[in-house]
Design a protein around this ligand. Structure first.
Ligand SMILES: C[S@@+](CC[C@H](N)C(=O)[O-])C[C@H]1O[C@@H](n2cnc3c(N)ncnc32)[C@H](O)[C@@H]1O
Length: 246
């Protein structure tokens, strides 16, 4: 039930997390130019970054996710864009990837590495990268020390792994990557294609499920995340880390 309403809330939104193509481009352009790279987009959702990476790189891109409706949507977009020869949507968990070692030039993960955990993702995905390959992720991160108790408690229970920028920089060095650069997703990356459409959907579903208290609880929970971002966005955000395998 909760799972069904979760997907009714999120179905056909422009994106499934903060981000915009212009920031995907910004991160991609921090990498040196390479010819026809092979790219893996982990937790690709309906594939905003996947398709942008295909356009930017002219390479081969695998979008990987476990939610088949997102992958179906991505497949439709791949066909519409005439990219079927270069982009594939694969249903596989990031916990069970069995690609050959050193088979990708770039691994990309926008707003999804938290599922496996930042450090574990860095360690486990490293072997799939070719020597001198690149890992690019954006990850929920504290932007200031001493966040107010309300938001500290929220993130400690929602994502206990949330860390500061400097802690993540230390981790990535410990996991044998060089940092090429990092930047925080600006506020518009949260609002334009994610929280605004999501808030509109929540309002519509409140009307549809006005008598369904169980669903209203789920909608309240989704709305709370948005309200907290509105109130506390100076303290946390999603930070792009652009890394090279050592
Ligand atoms: C916050 S969304 C990000 C989607 C996309 N990267 C974007 O920026 O729009 C996280 C995605 O991770 C996917 N996901 C959840 N668990 C996963 C797993 N075990 N393996 C692969 N993908 C997973 C979800 O289905 C969802 O599409």
């Amino acid at each position: 039930m909760t799972k069904d309403i979760f997907f009714e809330i999120h179905r056909d939104l422009p994106r499934e997390g903060p981000g915009r193509n212009e920031y995907t481009r910004k991160a991609f352009r921090m990498l040196p130019v390479s010819d026809n790279p092979r790219i893996l987009d982990v937790g690709c959702g309906p594939g905003g970054p996947t398709l942008e990476l295909a356009r930017l790189s002219h390479g081969q891109v695998v979008g990987l996710d476990i939610h088949q409706p997102y992958l179906d949507e991505l497949t439709r977009k791949i066909e519409q864009a005439g990219l079927s020869d270069r982009v594939k949507a694969v249903n596989c968990s990031m916990f069970e990837m069995d690609f050959a070692d050193e088979s990708f030039d770039i691994i990309w993960a926008e707003g999804s590495i938290f599922i496996i955990g930042f450090e574990r993702g860095l360690n486990e995905w490293r072997r799939f990268l070719k020597p001198n390959g690149f890992l690019v992720v954006h990850e929920m991160t504290w932007l200031r020390p001493d966040p107010p108790q309300e938001i500290f408690d929220y993130w400690k229970s929602s994502y206990p792994g949330i860390s500061s920028v400097s802690e993540n920089l230390e981790r990535l060095r410990g996991c044998l990557y060089h940092l090429i650069g990092h930047f925080t997703l600006p506020e518009d990356a949260w609002w334009l294609e994610y929280y605004r459409p999501l808030e509109k959907r929540i309002r519509q579903l409140r009307v549809k499920y006005v008598d369904d208290s169980e669903t209203l609880v789920v909608l309240d929970k989704e709305q709370r995340e948005i309200d907290l971002y509105r109130k506390y966005h100076k303290w946390y955000g999603s930070v792009f880390f652009v890394m090279k395998k050592r």
